[in-house]
Structure formats: C-alpha cells, structure tokens
Design a protein around this ligand. Structure first.
Ligand code: NAD
Length: 490
C-alpha cells in the first residue's frame, strides 16, 4: 500500500499510538494480504482533535462551496483514473467479482461528482413576514462527523459518507470495517495528494469497540453517521445520547420481493436471482424473501431453482465466476447456522445449502446459492437478516396477504414488486413500510434518490438532496428593518 502507517490524521500518515496492528485477509483464499495499523481510543481522540481544530479554527471554513466542489471533482477524476487498481483491491479484500467491484468504483466516482455539483446549488430560502422584518434560512455544516462503515461495499460506502459531508463543509473521520480497510487506505493516498487542509478528512482504522465507540461517544463530535448491523446501530444511538449528537443509521433488512401472477415471468425470475445472489447476498437491501403468487408458485420455483443451480461460484478474479465468497470464516459459519436452523424450523433446502470445498474453494469462504421452500413467514429464517445467498420462497394468494407478509418483520429497508398492472404496482408500493421500493426491477440504486429505511432499518437518508441535508444544520436569520424599541414594558 506504499506506506506502513495506515492512519491518516491531521494530514499525516501515522501508525497507531500503541503500535496496534491487525491482519487483513483475502476471503477467496484465506491468505493474509496485509497487516495494517489498528488504533485504540487514543488514536480516536487524536483524530477527533484534528477534525475539531480543522472545523473550528482552520482554513476549511474559508473554502467556498465552489472550492470544495473542485476538490471533490478532482478526487472523482483520480478514483476514475485508478479504476482497475481500486477494483482489484476491492476484489482481493472483499471477494466480490471484478465486475461487481468495477461497478462499485464507477458508483463511487458518480457520488463524488454528484455532491460536487450539489455543493454549489442554492439551498437557502427567504420568507415574507407580517412585521417589518425579513427572514431567511441558511444551511451550515453540522461540524465534526464520525462516519463508521461496513465491509460489504467498502469504497462505495466511504464515498456515500465522505462526499455529502465534505460538500456541505464538515470535517470527517472515516472508520472503515476492520475486515476491509484497503480501498479506504488507497482512497486516502489520493486525498493526501489534494489540497484539503490538515484535519479535514481523517482515516481511523481499528475494531469497532476500540475506535468506533469513542467516536460515537465523544462530546467533541457533532454527528455520527453509521452503516452496519441493527444491533450495532442501537449501540451507536446509545453512545451518541451522551451529548445528543446527530445520528444517522443505515441498518439491516429482510426485504420482500413480491411477484404477482401477471408479472413478466422471465424478468421476475432474473431479478429475483439478482436481488439475493448479487454480492453473495451480503447486501442490506437484498430481496431475501421472495413472495410468489400461488397460481405461478410451482412454475416459478422450478425456473429459479434451475437457473440458480447454474450460478458459477468462485474467486472474484476468475472471469467465469458469477458469485464470490462470503467475507469471513465467522460469517460463513453464521450463514451455515441459519441454513441448519431453517431445516430445524421445518423449511426445506431445495437448492444449494452447502459449503463449497472442491479444490481451492476449500481455502475460501464459499457457499452454494441456497433456496428454501416450505417457509412460513414467522420462521426465524424469514424474519432475521442472514446476509448471505439464502432465499426464502413464500407463496401468497391475495394482494392483501402479500402486503401483510411483506410488512411482517421489524425491518423496512426495501421491497420489489413485479406486475404488469400499473395501478396495483403503485398501490402495493404505497402500502409497504419501506424506504426503497422497486417496480419491475430490483437493487437499482441511484445517487439522485434517497436511500434509507423505515422501522429498524435505520434513521435518516443518504444520497440525493436528502443525503446532503443530513450533513447540514438549518439556521433562521430574522432581520428587523425598523430598528426601534418595542415599548413592551413601558
Ligand atoms: P457491523 O455492525 O458489525 O459493523 C459495521 C461497522 O461498525 C464496522 O466498521 C465495525 O467496526 C463498527 N462497529 C462494530 N461494533 C461497534 C461498536 N460497538 N461501536 C462502534 N462501531 C462499531 O456490520 P457489518 O457486519 O460490518 O456489516 C453488515 C451489516 O451492515 C448488515 O446488517 C447490513 O444490512 C448493514 N448494511 C446496511 C446498509 C444500508 O444502507 N442500510 C448498507 C450496507 C450494509
């Protein structure tokens, strides 16, 4: 990675205070790729001090929106210019196929460009008042933002966090997952070559409890933006309560994908597979519950099993692979545990279900794409986030029943609806308690559109103008045009 010091604090590369280190593995081979610095609370404090000083006293606040936009555009160009390198790092560290990694890099570039554009667009308002006063609303940066991200989209999640926060004029501390820090380190090497004042963008590596917790607790941090599991998200909210800092949470899901009998059959089968097997099912919005109308259930089940059995699982660097490994041996065990649980609950594995151990695959965390039938909506495999390539097929008879099953979990991130009846599609979309709904498509996300969940899938929204608003405070300024006493206490 070009440097032994992997923390980037106050514009300088540094090692962890107490010399902490952690290994980073390739999930396709089990090999150690690198040993990187792992901080503790002292490193967290150093990064908070740097970001605080940069926000309160540094040159950053003199940077116009135009100048901030210029930096983000340069960063986007730099990432784009290193697309193959980033894709390779991501595939090596996360395991996803190169095709998926290249897609992530392109989306990261788009995200920086989009927020560079938005930085310079007017967001203020003025309003008329009865009295001889004028009112206006201005947006200001929130301040120091701690940004904690997961391992499933390492570079993309970093861009979703940094781009809007920097566009709005905040200072940032990015905390990647301990499992996938490598693309963030490369990103910060590019950031280091740009003209960000010291302390504006900081990279803090380490385990969640060691560095994430002090960030979320610190009274010097104004906002914590977190993407990760719902259990961790609840802890973040508790830590943040100490100083009532702003919190935004992008958490887990158990999203329903509903196929009505009148759907375009081939399109629905194709997307149902993409919805759950893309990124090996390690997607917060994965369509992990496939609700199929009873009259086409058997035909649909047959078609999806036949096609799923043909998915080629293997190293992301192998051009013929369509699905990579799971992130870690621990995560593989968790997913296997859910498959065993599903069988104990009365579900039946009708496709896949096993770890792949032929030849070199045994060194990695590979598992077959798996489909369960005989699933009741209340079973744990249909209620809890498995975060792997495990699909639960559930039949339904009526539109009302589909909506009831769809809404019957604590989550509310995304939903898919497949039908050729436009009115029904919209009716169902509006009845589903989720922040993201797709009609006749699935897992299409756009930087222009708000991303986030209802219920226990999160708090706040990323992307679009909504994502920028999350990094801004709103201030009213009332200006009295007749400067004279009120006489109220005369
Ligand atoms: P995780 O919650 O284990 O970890 C996420 C991040 O939080 C990591 O950087 C980790 O080090 C840190 N962390 C862990 N414990 C912490 C603590 N006590 N204090 C502070 N930080 C802590 O999640 P994960 O396993 O990395 O990612 C998978 C989860 O992320 C899934 O549940 C998935 O649904 C969710 N996710 C959600 C979205 C979304 O947009 N809604 C996107 C991607 C992933």
């Amino acid at each position: 990675m070009g440097t032994k010091n992997h923390l980037y604090i106050n514009g300088k590369w540094t090692s962890a205070f107490d010399g902490g280190e952690m290994p980073v593995h390739n999930p396709s081979t089990g090999e150690e790729i690198e040993v990187v610095s792992a901080g503790n609370h002292k490193d967290a404090e150093a990064s908070i001090t740097a970001a605080r000083m940069a926000f309160d006293q540094g040159k950053w606040k003199e940077f116009s929106a135009n100048r901030r936009a210029g930096l983000l555009l340069k960063l986007a160009d730099q990432i784009e210019g290193h697309t193959d390198e980033f894709a390779s790092i991501e595939t090596q560290n996360n395991g996803k196929t190169l095709r998926e990694s290249k897609f992530d890099v392109a989306e990261a570039v788009k995200t920086f460009r989009y927020y560079a554009g938005l930085a310079t667009k007017p967001l203020g308002e003025t309003f008329e008042l009865d009295s001889p006063m004028t009112g206006k609303v201005v947006r200001e940066p929130v301040g120091v933002c701690a940004q904690i991200i997961p391992w499933n989209y390492p570079l993309l999640m970093a861009s979703w966090k940094l781009a809007p926060a920097l566009a709005a004029g905040n200072t940032c501390i990015l905390k990647p997952s301990e499992m996938t820090p490598l693309s963030a380190i490369r990103l910060f090497e590019l950031i280091d070559g740009l003209d960000f004042p010291p302390g504006v963008v900081n990279l803090l590596l380490g385990f969640g409890e060691a560095v994430g917790q002090p960030l979320a607790k610190s009274p010097l941090v104004d906002k914590v933006a977190f993407t990760g599991g719902t259990v961790t998200g609840k802890k973040i909210m508790q830590y943040a309560a100490d100083n009532l800092k702003k919190v935004s949470l992008e958490l887990g899901g158990k999203s329903p994908n509903i196929v009505f009998a009148d759907a375009d059959f081939e399109t629905a089968v194709d997307y149902a597979m993409f919805a759950i097997f893309n990124n090996s099912g390690q997607v917060c919005s994965a369509g992990s519950r496939l609700l199929v109308e009873e009259s086409i259930y058997d035909q649909f089940q047959e078609a999806i099993i036949e096609r799923t059995q043909r998915i080629r699982v293997g190293s992301g660097f192998d051009a013929s692979s369509q699905m990579g490994p799971l992130i870690s041996p621990q995560h593989l065990s968790k997913v296997q545990g859910y498959i065993t649980l599903g069988e104990e609950e009365g579900g039946k594995v009708c496709c896949g279900g096993k770890r792949l151990v032929e030849n070199d695959l045994k060194k990695g965390n590979f598992i077959e794409p798996t489909i369960f039938i005989n699933v009741k909506p209340e079973m744990r495999i249909a209620q809890e986030e498995i975060f792997g390539p495990v699909l639960c097929l559930i039949p339904f008879n009526t539109e009302a029943e589909a909506i009831e099953i769809a809404n019957g979990t604590p989550y509310g991130l995304a939903a898919g609806i497949f039908t050729t009846d436009g009115a029904k599609a919209e009716r169902v979309a509006r009845s589903i308690r989720a922040g993201i709904t797709w009609i006749n498509t699935y897992e299409q996300n756009f930087v222009e559109a708000p991303w986030g969940g209802y219920k226990q899938s999160g708090l706040g929204r990323e992307l679009g103008t909504y994502g920028l608003e999350e990094y801004m405070e709103v201030k009213q300024i009332i200006n009295n045009l007749e400067v004279e006493p009120t006489g109220w206490f005369d």
